[in-house]
Write a protein that binds this ligand. Sequence first.
Ligand code: PAF
Length: 286
Amino acid sequence: MRVARSFSELRTLLPPSRTGRIWLVPTMGALHDGHGALIDRARSEGGFVAVSIFVNPLQFGPGEDLDRYPRTEEADLAFLERRGTDLVFLPSAREIVPPKRQVTVSSGAVGRLFCGASRPDHFDGVLTIVLKLFHLFSPEGAVFGEKDRQQLFLIQTMVRDFDLPVRVLGHPTVRDVDGLALSSRNRYLSPEERKQASVFPALLDHMARRWSDLAGRNPGERLALRSELARNLEEAGFRVDYVAIADRQTFSPVSGPEIPVQAFLLAAVFLGKTRLIDNRELSSSV
Ligand code: PAF
């Protein structure tokens, strides 16, 4: 496995005929089997598999967990080696976020909704780094997890709006046996909180089932499931950041009276100090 820590090393270590051969998996490290699945997916597309690890300061707000975000370089490198990664890129903050940087990608109206409402500038920071990585690697494609639905939608939107020659693939969320979506932040949970956390995906599953059971009924009845879910989450000990339904095509909030056939249920909660996010595809015909 090749390891590049600077742009110049990256240029030397990437395969010579770049275009069309590289599949990129951007990460912030603290790797787990969810990342492993993204790497496997990238490999299945053929070509050279590159993984970047960079804890991007631009996507953290004041008072968020930038300083305590897990940094586990040695374990990550061993994980990537085992997973058959061809190249790992570990850029320095100075190089990838130059001190005199002035230009930022704007994530637009959708970037200010849902996670963006409670994390202003978060998606601008994500898109700015992802654009830079796309520029550095010129990959044929890149793979992102569907747990971060809104992020995936915005990256796909950036690629469309800027005509970037990159295929962006979403990959299904990998879950623990009790249904909790794998996330680097799960390691913040105490053993007690970790047990309690499994109620979050279970309640989302419950709501998704009720949503399809109520297909064809009054939209108000179905949309009321949102507040019911929020109430159930609070009763189970979570602090709800948001529960929302978004149109699958446009990511705009669904508030009736029209309900699209395909939508996403999106939710973010706090358990103690840990923020958990998850989502479900809602379908009227399931
Ligand atoms: O999903 C993540 O880990 C990050 O948001 C990403 C895409 C690597 C950008 O920093």
